[in-house]
Design a protein around this ligand. Structure first.
Ligand code: AMP
Ligand code: MG
Length: 423
């Protein structure tokens, strides 16, 4: 149902083969298979928050529209400033934002002016009220130490008429809405949001509200996925829990692919269960079964299901979140906007030693702190097991330990990726 097409991935010619890939190589192979959504629609400004801009926004006006005062004070001509001692000016009126002073300000005269008020004709300089003396109702004394043109905002200083304000693909922030409102723009063209269908697989899974039998667990993945997809600003289609049963799985895959641009499942890709999932997926589309040199999150299936992109994430709740953030989110961002996904990272000093073998990328859950001098520190969450979802809840960042890293000593600087940057 989508406009995007997928080609063959760079990674494996034989889809039966399990290929080991680095995190970077997997991400690149995924992105190479995505064509951004091009369908656009026009929305009222408020409704466009978070969505990808489909057009270039060019300013129809100057902002500010008129040269105005940046301070409460007195407007004068800069050429009138005293060269020594002081000079007294005749106060001829008041300019307030929304109520301009319409007479000219001539030599020797000043106008009381409030922040945002248009500068009167003849005045190009504002002396702050704290730096002037009101001698009587009609006389203002101004000393030396001022600069012609000070405390004045020029028309077009913020945004010049005809300049490009926002580029296509930008996901609109609260500030972007404000900027467009300041230009008088009421409607904006955005790209259609991606539709994402998701479900959990596993015979042991129960939905919350149901009683738990022996060996059964509540399905948590659909809730963390719901949260991450909501933050990512897509349309969600929750297809529930599907049994590890070939017919049920096949039906679910087909339904999901018909409804969505992108399908995300969790579970069923680890060794043992993978066999029939693999068989079904191969019947329905073009699939790649990867082992990623990473922890947590090793097995990952990526491919095309009908016209939809497909991600088969591991079942493990922490691995679901890590692989979503590292692979699905960049894919969704590119699908929605056509722009690269670049969540920021920060350096932080590790408050603890972290053991690690080189060869794989590890995503350690960390807790950020800040020292009195403002520098960041990070400590790993104490229990890091990939089934321990509370580690994601207690943590607020990933400590990124790339393939070559062979461990961290206390006091070493590491790179962290705050969860708050992963949207
Ligand atoms: P799997 O990849 O299906 O073998 O699952 C790996 C582990 O994650 C098992 O312990 C599963 O019980 C658990 N798991 C799988 N799916 C979910 C889910 N949706 N919610 C919570 N735990 C899950
Ligand atoms: Mg399972």
């Amino acid at each position: 149902m989508t406009s995007q097409a997928t080609g063959s991935t760079a990674s494996c010619a034989d889809p039966e083969a399990s290929t080991t890939l680095t995190v970077t190589a997997a991400r690149e192979a995924i992105l190479a298979n995505i064509s951004p959504i091009l369908t656009t629609r026009r929305l009222p400004l408020r409704d466009a928050l978070g969505q990808a801009l489909a057009e270039e926004i060019v300013s129809p006006v100057d902002v500010p529209g008129h040269t105005n005062s940046a301070m409460d004070g007195y407007a004068i001509a800069g050429s009138d400033l005293p060269k020594q001692e002081y000079r007294d000016f005749t106060l001829i009126g008041t300019a307030i934002a929304g109520t301009p002073f319409s007479q000219d300000c001539r030599p020797g005269e000043c106008v009381r002016i409030m922040t945002g008020a248009p500068m009167p004709n003849g005045a190009d300089t504002v002396v702050m009220q704290e730096q002037a003396n009101l001698i009587d109702e009609r006389r203002v004394r101004i000393g030396t130490g001022h600069r012609p043109g000070q405390n004045v905002r020029q028309a077009g200083e913020d945004i010049a008429q005809g300049s490009v304000v926002l580029n296509p693909g930008k996901r609109l922030t609260p500030a972007d809405l404000g900027v467009m409102a300041s230009l008088g723009i009421a409607e904006v063209g955005v790209r259609r949001r991606p539709r994402v269908a998701f479900f959990s697989t596993g015979d042991e899974l129960r939905s919350i509200g149901e009683p738990l039998g022996e060996g059964e667990v509540y399905d948590s993945n659909r809730y963390s996925l719901y949260g991450m997809l909501t933050r990512a600003d897509c349309e969600r289609l929750d297809l529930g829990v599907v049994k590890d049963d070939p017919a049920a799985l096949k039906q679910a895959f087909v339904t999901a692919a018909e409804a969505a641009d992108l399908v995300v499942t969790s579970g069923g890709v680890s060794v043992g269960e993978a066999d029939y999932t693999k068989t079904i997926l191969q019947q329905l589309g073009e699939m790649h079964f990867w082992k990623i040199a990473m922890k947590p999150g090793r097995p990952l299936t990526f491919g095309r299901l009908g016209d939809s992109l497909f991600f088969g994430l591991p079942g493990n709740p922490v691995a679901v979140m890590v692989t979503f953030y590292q692979f699905v989110l960049p894919a969704l961002h590119y699908l929605a906007s056509g722009t690269p996904y670049r969540p920021f990272t920060l350096p932080a000093v590790s408050g603890c030693a972290i053991r690690k073998q080189p060869g794989r990328f590890e995503f350690i859950r960390g807790i950020l702190g800040q020292q009195t001098d403002g520098s960041l520190t990070v400590n790993s969450v104490d229990r890091q097991g990939s089934g321990i979802l509370a580690s994601m809840s207690r943590g607020d960042c990933f400590i990124l330990l790339p393939e070559t890293c062979d461990g961290v000593n206390r006091g070493d600087t590491v790179t962290v990726q705050p969860f708050s940057a992963l949207v």
